[in-house]
Unconditional design. Structure first.
Length: 363
């Protein structure tokens, strides 16, 4: 067994001992598993998207996706939180600003500082889906940012996160945090799932962002977003892959006593497993290409769309295989359906993906 395989097994072992007992509280009571997040960071669970010199392990995007999948096999909500942390580390790794990397990257890679990504609005804005909600003006030594974002996940008073503000016809991307002057966190309406992800609305009231906290200045933004976008999307494959693994577990258990009748259902265990394996065969090479700054956006978007659709199919199949038991609130199948729907609506959502794919194919 390779060193990487042994390490992924250690991640899986931690999820079973430290995360599995918390899943119901995370899902139904909105528990944020901070201790698990920090333990995961302690064994290198966020470290793949940084080099050893940066404080990571240099294993790359593909290995980080495998970590997120391992977490998602137990809990889709926590896999999303791990994605948030991983995405922020990815942004820092790709920044050309040495000052911001030096200040934040090692601590985010090692889970000493927990981190989010406030990029949903920006990604949708760049696809002509909605207007940009944060505005910036240039001042001496940095920028002043104002506006509000409706929901940002894996954040808190002691967390940091990445965000983008519009400045004229351009954009500046930066790191800020819950203790920055002018930042306020606001409770969100209750979600049907993913409550245990520390998701808040964030208001920026003339927040100063120093040049040292800038990930990409306006003149560098276009190239920077081109470097990070495919990785940002591919990391989400781990969330979907983990949820599908969980659905396969439900189906396998249901088939112990119900295989004879369940064989009449679509999307049985073998068909779903084959589709997941095929998706993973595509994920690795695309992740390696993005890691080496050769991102392939169109196949990445198509793969991510296929993952959303497969996730929905697997979750529905899990419920049908489980039968009436799968309709109980405490059933894993019930939770997996709500988690799978999140994969299909989180940015980039199914409709967003189809819009971008159509535009790229037309071009």
């Amino acid at each position: 067994m390779s060193k990487q395989a042994e390490w992924i097994d250690a991640v899986r072992a931690l999820t079973k001992t430290a995360l599995r007992p918390l899943v119901d509280e995370i899902d139904r009571k909105g528990l944020y598993p901070e201790a698990f997040m920090r333990e995961l960071g302690g064994i290198g669970g966020f470290a793949c998207v940084g080099t050893e010199a940066e404080g990571g392990n240099g294993l790359g995007l593909s290995a980080q996706i495998d970590v997120i999948r391992a977490v998602g096999g137990e809990c889709g909500a926590t896999a999303f939180s791990v994605w948030c942390q991983s995405a922020c580390a990815w942004y820092l790794h790709q920044s050309e600003n040495e000052a911001v990397r030096t200040r934040y990257l090692a601590d985010v890679l090692q889970g000493k500082v927990l981190a989010g990504t406030a990029m949903s609005n920006t990604v949708k804005h760049l696809a002509d889906i909605e207007k940009h909600l944060l505005q910036a003006e240039k001042v001496a030594g940095g920028y002043v940012v104002s506006g509000s974002l409706p929901w940002v996940s894996n954040i808190g008073e002691d967390h940091v996160w990445a965000a983008t503000a519009q400045i004229g016809d351009g954009y500046v991307m930066f790191i800020t945090g819950g203790r920055a002057e002018g930042v306020s966190l606001q409770a969100c309406p209750e979600f049907c799932a993913l409550e245990g992800t520390r998701t808040f609305g964030v208001r920026f009231d003339k927040v100063f962002v120093a040049d040292e906290d800038v990930l990409a200045a306006p003149e560098a933004f276009a190239g920077y977003i081109g470097r990070i976008k495919a990785g940002f999307i591919l990391l989400q494959m781990g969330i979907g892959g983990g949820i599908i693994d969980g659905c396969l577990g439900v189906i396998r258990l249901a088939d112990v006593s119900g295989r004879e009748i369940n064989r009449y259902l679509d999307n049985g265990f073998d068909a779903l497993q084959t589709a997941l394996n095929q998706a993973w065969e595509e994920t690795g090479p695309l992740a390696d290409a993005a890691w080496h700054n050769r991102p392939e956006l169109l196949p990445t978007l198509k793969l991510r769309l296929a993952a959303s659709e497969l996730c929905l199919a697997a979750a529905q199949s899990a419920s049908l295989h489980a039968g009436a038991k799968g309709y109980l609130m405490r059933s894993p199948a019930q939770r997996r359906n709500r988690e799978a729907m999140f994969v299909a609506i989180v940015t980039p959502a199914v409709k967003h993906l189809r819009k971008e794919i159509a535009a790229l194919e037309a071009a």
